[in-house]
Design a protein around this ligand. Structure first.
Ligand SMILES: Cc1cc2nc3c(=O)[nH]c(=O)nc-3n(C[C@H](O)[C@H](O)[C@H](O)COP(=O)(O)OP(=O)(O)OC[C@H]3O[C@@H](n4cnc5c(N)ncnc54)[C@H](O)[C@@H]3O)c2cc1C
Length: 480
C-alpha cells in the first residue's frame, strides 16, 4: 500500500465500485476502502460468495452486483476490504488524510481527492420495547440471510417501504414461516404521493414489481395488517409479543422475533465529522450533505456519492459514483472538460428518470410521525446511554434548544453508536416540542473517531512515520 494516492474512495457498494472502476481505468492511483470483507455494499452484500444457493430467493436484482464486483476485481486499483475508516481530515489543504484500521493496525494515507460512498443505515424505529432482545432491524435479518443463510421462524415484520416488502418476500421464497406483517404506512401517504404518480410512471416497471411483491405476500396467507395507529413490544427479558391498535382496539400477537423497518437514511457521521454542510430534507425526513452537480461538497476535493448523500437507491448510486469520479478525475487533470461532460451525459439521463420516481416513493413511504417521535415517556430513545423520551422532554422543558445541549445534560448520543440510533429522533423531538424547524434545531456535533478504534490499534500505528518529538517540548507545559 502506498502512503499517497490521487483518489481514496470510502465504501465498496454500487457507488464506490462504479467510481473505483472508472478511476482505475484512467491511471489515477486509487485506494478503495471498505469495512466489509468483500465488495457489494448493502444491496450486494456477500455477492462473491452468497450463502444462499437458490438464486430465486435473493432475486435477480441481487445478482446484478456480480458484474460490478467482477469489474472491481479487474480494475487497476488498490482495494482493501476489512478497512474501517474512522477519520478524514477536513481542512482545505490540497491533500486530505484518511485514517483507517485494518487487521488491527492503524494506517494513515493522504489523497488529493476523496470520494465518500458510505451508503445508508436504517431509520430508527423508537417503539416501546424496541430494545428488547429478539427485536432487530429488518436489514439485520436480511444480512443474516445473505451472509449466513440464517433466518428466524415466525417473526413479525413491522413497518413499511420497498425494502421491508423485499425482505419479507425473500423470507417467503426461502420457505421461512412468518407470523405476520404489520404495515404502518398510513392511508394519507397515498394521497400525499398521488400528485407525483406521473413521476412514478417513469419507472413503471419498478412500480409494478413493488405491487407484485405486496400481492404475493398477501396471497401467501401471512396476515398483512394495515391501519395500525399504535404499537408496543412486550416481554420480560426478550420480546414475547407485539401489541397494536386497529380501529381503536388493541390486538396482540405472540412472537420471539420482531423485525422493524421504516426506510433508510444517509449515514452522515463521517461527513458531519468533517463539517461538510448538511440540510434537513423535508421529504426524506433526514439530514443530507449538500453537493454540487459533480457530487462535490463545500469542502474542496471531497465528493459524496450514492445513498450517503441522499437516498437514491442502488441503480442511481452507481451512476452517481461514476459522476463523482468524473468530477474528481477532471480536477486532477486526468480528463478534460469536454470528456467529463460527454461521459456524464448518459448517466444524468438515467438519474433524471430515477429522481422523478424517487419523489413519488419518498412521499408514498414517508414514515408517520407517531413511529418517529415516541409518545410514551418510558420509551428508550438513546439505546447506548438508556435515555428515555420522558427524560428528553424534561430537559427540553428546562430550556435545552439543541441536540448538543441534550448531550451535555443527558449523555444522549455519546455512546458507542455516536448518535446513529437516536440522532434523528432527538432533533425531531426538540423541533416538535419547541415548534421550530428541524433545520434550526440542528444535529449532534459529530466527533472523530466516527467508528470505534481500539487503543491497541492506535498503539500499533507505524511510529516511524511520525515526526520525532523532543521530550522537553511538551513536558514543560505539563509540569507548569
Ligand atoms: C441494511 C440495508 C440493506 C439493504 N438491502 C437492500 C436490498 O436488498 N436491495 C436494495 O435495492 N436496496 C437495499 N438497501 C438500500 C441500498 O443499500 C442502497 O440503495 C444502495 O446499496 C446504495 O449504494 P451505496 O453505494 O450508496 O451504499 P452501500 O451499498 O450502503 O455501500 C456503502 C459501503 O460503505 C461501507 N462503509 C460505510 N462506512 C464505512 C467506513 N467508515 N469505513 C469503511 N467502509 C464503510 C459499508 O460497509 C458499505 O459496504 C439496503 C440498505 C440497508 C441499510
Amino acid at each position: 500500500m502506498n502512503e499517497q494516492y490521487d483518489i481514496v474512495i470510502i465504501g465498496a457498494g454500487p457507488a464506490g465500485m462504479a467510481a473505483a472502476k472508472l478511476c482505475g481505468s484512467t491511471g489515477a492511483s486509487t485506494l478503495l476502502l471498505d469495512e466489509q470483507s468483500g465488495p457489494g455494499g448493502q444491496i450486494y452484500r456477500g455477492i462473491e460468495n452468497p450463502a444462499i444457493v437458490d438464486p430465486n430467493i435473493l432475486g435477480s436484482d441481487y445478482y446484478k452486483g456480480t458484474e460490478l464486483a467482477e469489474g472491481l476485481r479487474q480494475a487497476s486499483i488498490d482495494y482493501r476490504p476489512g478497512a474501517k475508516v474512522w477519520q478524514v481530515s477536513s481542512d482545505n489543504a490540497t491533500d486530505k488524510e484518511v485514517s483507517f484500521s485494518e487487521g488491527g493496525i492503524v494506517h494513515i494515507v493522504s489523497a488529493k481527492r476523496i470520494i465518500i460512498a458510505t451508503g445508508a443505515q436504517e431509520r430508527p424505529f423508537p417503539l416501546p420495547g424496541w430494545t428488547l432482545s429478539g427485536v432487530m432491524n429488518a436489514g439485520a435479518a436480511q444480512i443474516l440471510l445473505k451472509t449466513s443463510a440464517i433466518a428466524a421462524e415466525n417473526a413479525v415484520f413491522i413497518g413499511s417501504g420497498p425494502l421491508l416488502y423485499l425482505i419479507v418476500r425473500q423470507y417467503l421464497l426461502a420457505g421461512v414461516p412468518i407470523k405476520a406483517v404489520i404495515d404502518t404506512n398510513p392511508l394519507s401517504n397515498y394521497l400525499r404521493a398521488a400528485p407525483y404518480l406521473i413521476n412514478g410512471l417513469s419507472e413503471y416497471k419498478t412500480l409494478v414489481k413493488g405491487q407484485r411483491w405486496i400481492k404475493e405476500i398477501k396471497k401467501s396467507g401471512v396476515p398483512f395488517i394495515n391501519g395500525v395507529k399504535e404499537l408496543r413490544l412486550s416481554g420480560s427479558e426478550s420480546v414475547e409479543s407485539v401489541e397494536y391498535t386497529t380501529g381503536g382496539e388493541w390486538n396482540k400477537l405472540d412472537t420471539d422475533n420482531v423485525f422493524l423497518h421504516q426506510g433508510v437514511v444517509p449515514s452522515v457521521n463521517l461527513t458531519m465529522s468533517m463539517r461538510c454542510t448538511h440540510k434537513w430534507c423535508n421529504t426524506q425526513l433526514c439530514w443530507c450533505v449538500v453537493t454540487d452537480a459533480w457530487c462535490e461538497t463545500d469542502i474542496a476535493g471531497v465528493f459524496v456519492a450514492g445513498d450517503g448523500a441522499t437516498i437514491v437507491g442502488a441503480i442511481a448510486a452507481e451512476h452517481l459514483g461514476t459522476i463523482a469520479a468524473l468530477g474528481a478525475l477532471h480536477q486532477l487533470g486526468l480528463l478534460d472538460e469536454v470528456g467529463r461532460d460527454s461521459q456524464a451525459e448518459s448517466h444524468r439521463k438515467v438519474l433524471l428518470k430515477g429522481f422523478g420516481f424517487r419523489k413519488f416513493l419518498d412521499r408514498l413511504f414517508q414514515p408517520p410521525r407517531q413511529f418517529r417521535i415516541p409518545k410514551y415517556g418510558d420509551t428508550v430513545v438513546c439505546r447506548c446511554e438508556e435515555v428515555t423520551a420522558g427524560k428528553i422532554r424534561e430537559i427540553i422543558k428546562l430550556g435545552c434548544t439543541n441536540p448538543n445541549q441534550m448531550k451535555a445534560f443527558s449523555r444522549c448520543g455519546m455512546g458507542p453508536c455516536q448518535g446513529r440510533f437516536c440522532g434523528l429522533t432527538v432533533s425531531e423531538m426538540i423541533s416538535q416540542e419547541l415548534e421550530l424547524p428541524v433545520q434550526k434545531v440542528g444535529y449532534y456535533r459529530i466527533r472523530r473517531p466516527v467508528k470505534p478504534v481500539l487503543l491497541g490499534e492506535l498503539g500499533r500505528f507505524k511510529i516511524k512515520e511520525l515526526e520525532p518529538v523532543k521530550i522537553g517540548d511538551h513536558c514543560g507545559e505539563i509540569l507548569k
